[in-house]
Design a protein around this ligand. Structure first.
Ligand code: PXG
Length: 468
């Protein structure tokens, strides 16, 4: 294994790390008490698509960190870009009529790699902040246009748009809304385009039209003159890799055009090659007015997010908007932008997006399809290098397990024990490996997934959880 996997920072034993962690560190989306009792898994180093934990175990990271390490771990170009920029100018802001070369160059490069309607960008530090910017910007746009009552943003149940007040409100996660009095006013939700759960009895394409139709119903209910925008992830990531039917997005676009509603594509997961296209909207054939990005823009090496602003909006804000009272200290952070530039050049130079489109995506789809024969599997979906396996109690009827059994977590436990990082969203097992994974490594990942499914089947059978 590459020298990078031998961490120089792993100076304490696992127990020592766990004790200090439990004493001081509150982790995101975590039951603090239960983790403190159990102890964290401490990841100390990584290379390519593999992680190493503090016990020296090698783990295949089929989640790309958290949907972000698109170019894989240990890329010299990104490391050198950060070092060079930190040496030259570690920080300067863009607030008071100033700018830095990396931020300007990245803005220019993003306008080249994004769809043609995008010539301008607003930088943030994360995807959540990017979506806060979206809310501020669409409301400002309609205000400047003399329609200040157009404030409502429509999103979907089981969407994930971040964890700030606006991000969590745009998201459709009931557990998040239940804490802290969310959603904030002016954000409303429709049902998601999840065929397996909501579309039985209809073909996928019929269901896609029906699910898009829920948007029109909602626009009419709210009043078209009050609706500012619709936001969606091209493929819902954190919600469980919910790949919409092909008919869905074109119909969403038609409905938004009909009522003049802005379309926002949240590309935080789908952007930068994940779907086999540079952006998910290109995969699904729609033309958003705004596009949120983060994660893959730097392959997660350093935090950076932002919003691509379509000319329809940019022109109004630039020509008529005056001062936009919004921004972050780290908007256009020079080191983050320098890393993003290096990352995008790697994606371009190595033809990584094209390889996902032409070879790796179709190969993973073919391999995933073979999982549908497994007795626990009710549905398999992939899109580019994202994949989902729905575990079911009764294969014939597609009946899912009672959620109290937490079969997904049982399966995830086997993944942990077998050197594979795969996420469980309820009983939907999902992967999104680095885009530099090879065919041989996909085979290795598939063998691990099969083994973990078999071990879960053994557990389910032994516990009497399966139903004929
Ligand atoms: N939009 C989308 C579509 C996301 O997936 C965000 C916005 C927020 O980005 P930040 O950088 O603020 O986290 C995300 C983040 C999961 C998981 O469990 C997914 C995300 C974050 C944390 C966990 O799959 N996506």
């Amino acid at each position: 294994m590459n020298a990078i996997l031998k961490s120089t920072t792993a100076t304490r034993s696992t127990q020592e790390w766990q004790a200090a962690d439990a004493a001081h560190y509150l982790h995101p989306f975590t039951d603090f008490k239960s983790l403190a009792n159990k102890g964290s898994r401490v990841i100390v180093s990584a290379d390519n698509i593999y992680l190493r934990d503090s016990d020296g175990h090698k783990i295949l990271d089929a989640m790309s960190g958290l949907w972000c390490v698109n170019v894989g771990y240990g890329r010299k170009e990104l490391i050198e870009a950060a070092t060079k920029q930190m040496t030259e100018l570690p920080f300067y802001n863009s607030f008071f009529q100033t700018a830095t070369p990396p931020a300007i160059e990245l803005a220019e490069l993003l306008s080249e790699v994004t769809p043609p309607q995008f010539k301008h960008v607003f930088f943030s530090g994360s995807g959540s902040e990017g979506n806060d910017t979206v809310v501020r910007m669409v409301r400002r746009y309609w205000d400047v246009l003399g329609q200040p009552e157009r404030t409502v943003i429509i999103s979907r149940n089981n969407a994930y748009h971040g964890s700030t007040m606006a991000g969590a409100s745009l998201g459709g996660m009931s557990g998040m809304h239940a804490q802290g009095g969310l959603p904030i006013p002016g954000i409303t939700h429709i049902e998601q385009p999840f065929w397996f759960e909501l579309g039985q009895g209809l073909s996928r394409d019929e269901f896609g039209l029906k699910a898009a139709g829920w948007l029109e119903t909602k626009i009419l209910e709210v009043g078209a003159d009050k609706v500012a925008a619709f936001i969606g992830e091209p493929v819902q990531g954190a919600g469980g890799v919910i790949v919409p039917p092909e008919t869905y997005w074109p119909e969403i676009q038609r409905i938004c055009d009909k009522y003049g509603v802005l379309v926002v594509s949240d590309e935080v997961i789908c952007g930068f090659g994940r779907t086999g296209h540079w952006f998910g909207c290109e995969r699904f054939g729609f033309q958003p007015d705004l596009m949120t990005f983060a994660k893959g823009v730097t392959s997660g090496y350093i935090p950076l997010g932002g919003v691509m602003v379509g000319e329809r909006i940019a022109t109004v804000l630039i020509e008529q908007g005056g001062e936009f009272n919004h921004g972050y200290t780290y908007s256009g952070h020079p080191v983050a932008c320098a890393v993003a530039l290096a990352n995008i050049r790697v994606l371009q130079r190595e033809g990584i997006v094209e390889r996902v489109h032409d070879d790796l995506g179709p190969y993973m789809a073919q391999q995933f399809a073979t999982l549908s024969e497994h007795p626990l599997v009710g549905e398999v979906q992939t899109c580019g290098l994202m994949g989902a396996v729905q575990l079911v109690q009764d294969k014939a009827s597609g009946k899912t397990f009672p959620s109290a059994l937490d079969v997904g977590m049982v399966c995830r436990g086997h993944c942990f024990g077998n050197g594979l990082i795969m996420r469980a969203v309820g009983d939907r097992m999902i992967v999104a490996p680095p885009l530099v994974i090879t065919r041989a490594q996909i085979d290795e990942m598939m063998a691990l997934i099969r083994r973990c499914l078999d071990l879960t089947l053994t557990d389910a059978t032994r516990q009497g959880w399966l139903r004929a």
